[in-house]
Write a protein of this length. Structure first.
Length: 135
């Protein structure tokens, strides 16, 4: 698989393979959550259907980003590069400008509190509970 990115920051570029792998692993749980919310009425309302999908995609983005931020910076500092905290903060600030990352900072807090393994398990077992922890 070739992963492409438009990111300029070395940290952001190194996040891409980790994040995309997590998206693949979590996709079935996100899809299940979307399907659980779809009703015959929402199938008739494109705006409502899009809102459900967008809502769950932002939750998945938050978990993926939160796990990446929980694991990757320390790994990179230790084994790969002299990674400054300002580079990480710049990346967070840059992502904060996009709607799909609106729950990222909260996810980082939640994952920092419960741990990345528990956060992933919560999403896999009960995605709605993880979602509620962000809002």
């Amino acid at each position: 698989t070739i992963l492409q990115t438009t990111a300029k920051s070395p940290f952001a570029v190194l996040c891409v393979p980790v994040e995309e792998t997590l998206h693949i692993a979590l996709r079935e749980h996100t899809h299940r959550s979307i399907l659980e919310q779809i009703t015959p009425e929402t199938l008739q309302d494109t705006d409502e259907l899009n809102a459900i999908v967008e809502d769950w995609m932002t939750v998945e983005e938050a978990l993926v980003g939160g796990v990446t931020y929980a694991l990757l910076p320390d790994f990179l500092k230790r084994y790969a590069m002299n990674l400054s905290d300002s580079l990480i903060e710049d990346d967070l600030e840059s992502r904060g400008k996009f709607k799909q990352y609106r729950h990222l900072r909260r996810a980082i807090e939640v994952i920092g509190s419960v741990g990345h393994e528990k956060a992933i398990k919560m999403y896999v077992d009960h995605p709605e509970n993880f979602k509620k922890s962000l809002i």
